[in-house]
Design a protein around this ligand. Structure first.
Ligand SMILES: [Zn+2]
Length: 462
């Protein structure tokens, strides 16, 4: 079925126009006898005027039509949508022509809107059958080549190419002939600044959208990359759209929001940069503080070590001084002892000298003779004086031996008596000398023998 046909004399006629576009009454082509030779503008096959059950006027191919004819196979829905579009265009004050072919056949517009004022053209395509993105792009480009805008319209539920080319999705009215109640449910958005995004508009009649598009109240807009999640009306559901029809005001609002968002991002970046620098500064300060702390601890440890070394050096010096002092004291003591010993020796020698001054050589000989006599009695051996008489070891007395054995000491000096090895027998002249010897308390009286010899040389006195 189609809305246009070729009249054998008048040319193209349009069933949607009251006068068929040629000043003809519908009755002059509908059920006329004889038939007027109407043909299909697409395939040239014979067509005849018909009325649908809803009394829509159209042309139907006669039996035996060409299977390739696009107009012949178009559905009733397709035709209805074309009618609705044509009516909307005409109500907007533009002229609408159906099934308009390009002079070179590169396109055929379902409905071509033409501005009465300046001749601008907008093709409206009712696209109900599936079509690939490539094909719909190709068709759109062909219109563009001829400086014609195009808007694709579909009543299908899912329209994959809705963002690919300028398009809207519509909900048919019930009944479909009520053109003013066809509604656009997809393909139209407005920008909600408060929500910061696009919201789908689904409460605008198709006729209004057609009027806005023709009057440049709507623009097919490529949505900003950050705003492609579109809020669906009533609820939080979203869908993705990369392009849509919208108003210039919404486009400006999107730009304003994007500028605000960029300002906020710039401010946020600035805050983050500031915070990052502050953190970096804080870390730097902390690193420096730690370095200083480590340096301080190293210095402290070095100072402690230095003080310890000084302390140890002091202790060592003190010990050395103590050792030297001790040594000096020992040397002094030894020296004192040596002096004392020498003094004692000197005193002993002086005493011995005096001791022996009281005895003449004759008296000594007399005494030794008595000792020798005594040894003969006791041991049958004559005691003889040693050559080194008067030595210190025998307390400055004269040691006498029987053979190799010490028999005793003759007249040891009382002051040096302590030098004798005890027990050693001692021989003196008389009781007086024995008393002098024993008075020292250094020798047992039993070891002291005297011979009652006179103190003085009586022979001299006599
Ligand atoms: Zn045809």
């Amino acid at each position: 079925m189609s809305f246009t046909a070729l009249h054998p004399e008048l040319g193209r006629i349009d069933a949607t126009l009251t006068d068929l576009g040629q000043g003809l009454a519908w009755e002059s082509v509908y059920r006329t006898r004889p038939r007027i030779g109407l043909t299909c503008p697409e395939c040239g096959h014979d067509v005849h005027a018909k009325l649908s059950p809803r009394r829509t006027r159209y042309f139907a191919h006669d039996p035996g039509r060409s299977p390739q004819c696009q107009l012949a196979v178009e559905s009733a829905d397709h035709h209805q949508l074309k009618l609705v579009l044509a009516e909307a265009i005409r109500r907007a004050g533009w002229s609408a022509d159906l099934e308009v072919p390009a002079p070179d056949g590169s396109w055929r517009a379902d409905v071509m809107a033409t501005s009465v004022a300046d001749g601008d053209r907008v093709a409206w395509e009712a696209q109900l059958s599936p079509i690939t993105d490539d094909d719909i792009h190709m068709h759109t480009d062909r219109y563009a080549d001829d400086n014609i805008d195009v808007c694709w319209v579909s009543s299908r539920d899912r329209i994959p190419w809705l963002c690919a080319v300028p398009a809207v999705a519509v909900t048919p009215a019930d009944p479909p002939t009520a053109a003013e109640r066809w509604m656009v449910h997809d393909g139209l958005v407005r920008f909600d600044y408060a929500r910061g995004g696009w919201v789908q508009v689904d409460d605008v009649p198709l006729a209004t959208v057609v009027r806005w598009v023709l009057g440049h109240g709507l623009t097919f807009h490529s949505i900003g990359r950050r705003y492609r999640r579109i809020h669906l009306p009533g609820g939080n559901a979203t869908t993705r759209r990369s392009a849509s029809w919208t108003t210039q005001r919404s486009i400006d609002t999107e730009a304003k929001h994007e500028a605000m968002r960029q300002r906020q991002e710039a401010a946020k970046s600035a805050r983050e940069e500031h915070a990052r620098r502050a953190e970096e500064h804080r870390k730097q300060v902390e690193r420096e503080r730690q370095c200083q702390e480590q340096e301080r601890r190293r210095a402290e440890a070095a100072e402690r070590h230095r003080l310890l070394m000084i302390e140890l050096e002091c202790q060592r010096a003190t010990r050395e001084a103590q050792c030297r002092e001790q040594e000096r004291q020992q040397q002094e003591k030894a020296r004192q002892e040596e002096l004392a010993r020498l003094e004692r020796d000197r005193q002993e020698q002086a005493a011995a000298h005096q001791w022996w001054n009281g005895v003449s050589a004759a008296q000594l000989t007399e005494l030794i003779d008595h000792v020798a006599a005594l040894s003969m009695t006791e041991h049958a051996s004559r005691a003889l004086p040693s050559p080194d008489e008067g030595d210190r070891e025998h307390a400055y007395g004269i040691a006498v031996y029987t053979g190799r054995r010490l028999y005793g000491v003759v007249r040891p000096c009382p002051q040096s008596l302590g030098r004798l090895h005890t027990p050693t027998r001692v021989f003196v002249r008389n009781a007086h000398e024995k008393a002098l010897i024993t008075a020292t308390g250094l020798i047992d009286a039993d070891l002291v023998t005297h011979f009652d010899l006179p103190d003085h040389e009586q022979t001299t006195l006599l």
